[in-house]
Design a binder for this molecule. Structure first.
Ligand code: ZN
Length: 149
């Protein structure tokens, strides 16, 4: 019929706002796309920035955001330990999720900065888990023989 062609040519499922067809695909993960957009990538289950300052863990209950300290299973086995964790509900509109995430990341960065300690030997700043003593970092302690290797 004369009208059938125009109907079949009409795109199905085209977003009204035109913000990208990818969001319409089944199984497309908006949260993952957002985390990637924020320059985060997953390492051993924790999404983090390149220099490992903040961590984000996804779960069925939402997102958990904290700053990353270093924990030690043994003196040779460090792991990333999240501190001062905030909970973010994931099932909110994407723009609100982005605002919530950016705020939580910024807060985590600020709290981490408050916890940094200065090494009296190399004058660098470290998270508590990277310190050997109150005023000495692990690297300096190893270099100076405080820690037997
Ligand atoms: Zn040091």
């Amino acid at each position: 019929m004369w009208w059938s062609t125009s109907l079949s040519e009409r795109p199905v499922g085209t977003p009204r706002t035109g913000t990208g067809e990818a969001e319409q695909q089944p199984g497309f993960d908006q949260t993952e796309a957002l985390l990637l957009e924020l320059d985060l990538s997953p390492v051993a289950g924790i999404w983090s920035d390149a220099v490992q300052t903040v961590g984000i863990v996804r779960s069925a209950a939402g997102l958990f955001v904290g700053w990353l300290d270093v924990g030690w299973l043994t003196p040779e086995d460090p792991f990333s330990e999240m501190r001062d964790v905030a909970h973010i509900v994931e099932r909110v509109p994407l723009d609100q999720l982005e605002r919530d995430l950016r705020f939580a990341i910024s807060e985590a960065e600020n709290v981490r900065a408050d916890h940094l300690r200065e090494c009296e030997r190399c004058c660098e700043h470290f998270v508590p888990g990277q310190m050997y003593g109150a005023a000495c970092c692990h690297s300096c302690a190893v270099r100076d023989g405080d820690i037997a290797c």
